[in-house]
Design a protein around this ligand. Structure first.
Ligand code: ASC
Length: 150
């Protein structure tokens, strides 16, 4: 009896698809979740770019606040890349799931670069801020080039 229960439990744990490790109702929910985060990241990062490129006045406090936002938001999308969510209203390529380890490391790199940008942003070294911004943008682009439909 106990043994049967253990086998049933172990089998359930081992065979449970990825989708049960999170709270998503289905793949559409996961896609919506990650796209929401990317939209917020693009808004905050885009405004920082506009300031650095002189398209609007540089406001140090706003810039630093946006950098903090991007660093926090950078941790959100990864959870939404659940198995099967290449199908649906998404630009995510199926390659994400066949090269998952590389995708995961690119996502981690993005998070690290965003964290460094948030550290540099409140400082007065504009060169360092620009470098950190550039590295973060490269993380966005580097991943999009490989894993996002154009
Ligand atoms: C943005 C945005 C992206 C990245 C990328 C950086 O502001 O929406 O996808 O920066 O263009 O190269």
């Amino acid at each position: 009896m106990m043994k049967k229960l253990l086998i049933a439990l172990t089998t359930t744990l081992v065979l449970a698809p990825n989708v049960y490790a999170n709270n998503f109702k289905d793949t559409d929910h996961a896609i919506d979740y990650r796209k929401s985060a990317f939209g917020l990241i693009a808004y905050n990062f885009g405004d920082m770019g506009a300031m650095l490129k002189g398209k609007k006045d540089f406001d140090a406090a706003v810039f630093a606040s946006r950098a903090t936002n991007v660093a926090a938001l950078s941790k959100i999308p990864h959870e939404g890349f659940i198995a099967g969510s290449d199908k649906g209203d998404t630009d995510a390529l199926a390659k994400i799931w066949t090269d998952k380890a590389d995708f995961d490391s690119k996502m981690t790199q993005f998070q690290e670069n965003a964290a460094k940008l948030a550290v540099a942003a409140p400082g007065s070294d504009l060169g360092q801020i620009k470098d950190a911004f550039g590295n973060t943008g490269q993380s966005c682009k580097g991943c999009h080039d490989v894993y996002k439909k154009d």
